[in-house]
Design a protein. Structure first.
Lengths: 315, 249
């Protein structure tokens, strides 16, 4: 029996939509679910570039972090508005990606990955050193997410965990729908073509660098959106959110779940967040367990957890 | 006016001269074979025409326009399509999607986030045409990477054809194939040449294929043009026999 794609879509959305009602029952709590959704959005955005264009970035935390700080700085210094903070965060991440992307898009493979790390670290050090504005090493605190007033409805994302969850899920759904639509479009197929065989794609008349740039910008736009939600969830901006190991975490989530599958990074993010939550309550060395699991998956299931499941059901 | 006019093209790699002062004209509708011993510079010659790299000196004029300095994608847009010596396809996509990508790019849809009904119908019809013309229809849903070498090669040729090229360059289309596959691909090329009035330049080692298909033959040896003429003239040419045919036999 083949793994039915539509059935998987329905199942995933049902589980996500009902999360606050069953998560306590399986031993979790609502903000853990929110964390899964937010980090899944980041990992799925990275995977738009990694899994569906074939380009590895180790610097996505930079754009995630610009989203985080965009929200924090806006609410703390400019105006107490969640939406304005999100707009600033996404704009900052996207503009930075457009500019830096134009510089690095000619590079390939390991060179591309290295330069994305280098640029990412620049943002990290700015946040880390600029004490007066960013709070430096201590992070940016002293601000909180603000309830959203839409005129017709008042969303109390500050007081109610489940309202915050649905606020994040809404943005997750918008971003995921756009990415899914793009991947099924002629444009999305040119990205698959580049992933599959760059030489063939070039000699079909696809201007490779421009298409990779677009994929990079789209990917960074949504990862910065994830960053803005992460800031709302934590009421805090941590310089670590910009650092290269945060970028690595996104890559781990995508690979863990399965980067050739659309939902793979969501599974990877869920495993990562739940393991982190559970194991870190038992031992400080939780990262070594994640690392061990990562190595095992890469060795034995190179297509990730979903790849392994699909192979089981296909035979 | 010639469709392709290569004027005194040379290409050096360091001190190695891969192509030396080659001049060649291809007329519209012609099927030209380029032959020569290994290392004669045939693929380098193709790479200069398609923009894989630029000539060290000389000019390439296509359809009345100097394309010497153009990027590969721009040459494709002007009507030059190619296949490769080692088959280049999208292995983990289906035959249908391989062709669909080529059709969509050729139709100018490469940046579209969606297709309206009419455009989508046209794309589907073109893909179906290509599938049927090449007998790939029964395999349309399979991943190209799972197909036989001959069918992968046929997919690659149909992808190039989907670009509606004025000039089709085939680099050793029958390389590494058995007799039946060679026969099938030869028949496909002849059909495309006859039905689509397509101008084709092909590099080939199999002399049966060359003499069966080509209107004219250009012989390269050590990077330079050794001879040019009809297949009969080339078969009778003594210099060619010593340099190439004699050596092969």
């Amino acid at each position: 029996m083949r793994f039915d794609r539509r059935a998987a879509d329905v199942l995933v959305w049902l589980l996500l939509l009902t999360m606050p009602f069953w998560i306590d029952w399986v031993g979790g709590y609502t903000s853990l679910g929110t964390r899964v959704v937010v980090l899944a959005l980041a990992a799925m955005s990275l995977n738009f570039l990694l899994g569906f264009t074939g380009v590895l970035s180790f610097g996505h935390a930079a754009y995630f972090g610009l989203g985080v700080y965009g929200v924090g700085l806006t609410i703390k210094y400019l105006m107490p508005s969640t939406l304005a903070g999100m707009a600033v965060g996404v704009a900052a991440g996207t503009v930075a990606a457009m500019l830096l992307g134009a510089l690095i898009v000619r590079l390939r493979g390991i060179y591309f990955a290295m330069v994305t790390i280098a640029f990412g670290q620049v943002f990290y050090f700015i946040a880390y050193r600029w004490n007066g504005v960013t709070g430096g090493d201590d992070g940016l605190s002293g601000w909180r997410r603000v309830p959203v007033d839409l005129g017709v409805a008042h969303l109390d994302i500050l007081g109610s965990d489940s309202t915050l969850y649905y606020w994040c899920l809404f943005w997750f759904a918008v971003a995921i729908a756009i990415m899914a639509l793009l991947l099924r479009s002629p444009f999305g197929r040119t990205l698959l073509a580049i992933r599959e065989n760059e030489r063939r794609a070039r000699f079909l008349g696809i201007p490779i660098d421009r298409h990779i740039w677009l994929s990079w910008v789209i990917s960074c736009l949504f990862v910065s959106l994830a960053g803005t939600l992460y800031a709302l969830l934590n009421n805090f901006a941590d310089p670590h959110d910009l650092r290269w190991d945060q970028s690595g975490d996104f890559v781990i989530m995508a690979v863990l779940g399965g980067m050739r599958n659309f939902w793979g990074p969501l599974i990877g993010a869920a495993i990562y967040v739940v393991l982190q939550d559970y194991i870190s309550s038992q031992t400080e060395n939780w990262m070594s367990f994640i690392g061990l699991m990562f190595v095992l998956v890469v060795l034995f299931f190179p297509r990730g957890v979903i790849g392994a499941l699909r192979r089981r059901t296909a035979t | 006016m010639s469709l392709l006019d290569v004027q005194n093209a040379s290409r050096h790699f360091g001190s190695l001269v891969a192509v030396r002062d080659v001049t060649m004209k291809v007329e519209p509708g012609e099927l030209r074979a380029v032959i020569g011993p290994n290392g004669a510079g045939k693929t380098t010659f193709f790479n200069m025409i398609t923009g894989f790299f630029r000539p060290s000196s000389g000019r390439i004029v296509f359809d009345g326009e100097d394309i010497t300095e153009l990027m590969p994608a721009r040459r494709v847009w002007r009507g030059i399509a190619r296949t490769f010596q080692v088959t280049e396809v999208f292995p983990e996509l289906s035959v249908r999607d391989n062709l669909r990508i080529a059709v969509e790019v050729a139709s100018g849809y490469r940046l579209r986030p969606f297709l309206r009904g009419n455009a989508a119908t046209e794309v589907r019809a073109s893909v179906t045409d290509l599938l049927e013309m090449s007998n790939l229809a029964p395999m349309a849903g399979r991943l190209v990477g799972e197909l036989s070498h001959g069918d992968q090669r046929a997919t690659e040729i149909m992808m190039a054809l989907a670009l509606k090229p004025k000039l089709l360059l085939l680099d050793e289309p029958t390389a590494g194939m058995g007799d039946q596959e060679t026969y099938d691909i030869t028949r496909l090329i002849r059909k495309l040449h006859a039905e689509r009035k397509l101008t084709i330049v092909l590099i080939e080692h199999d002399m049966r294929v060359v003499f069966h298909l080509a209107d004219r033959v250009t012989v390269l040896a050590e990077g330079a043009v050794l001879a040019e003429g009809t297949p009969k003239e080339i078969a009778a040419n003594e210099a060619v026999q010593t340099a190439y045919l004699g050596q092969a036999a």
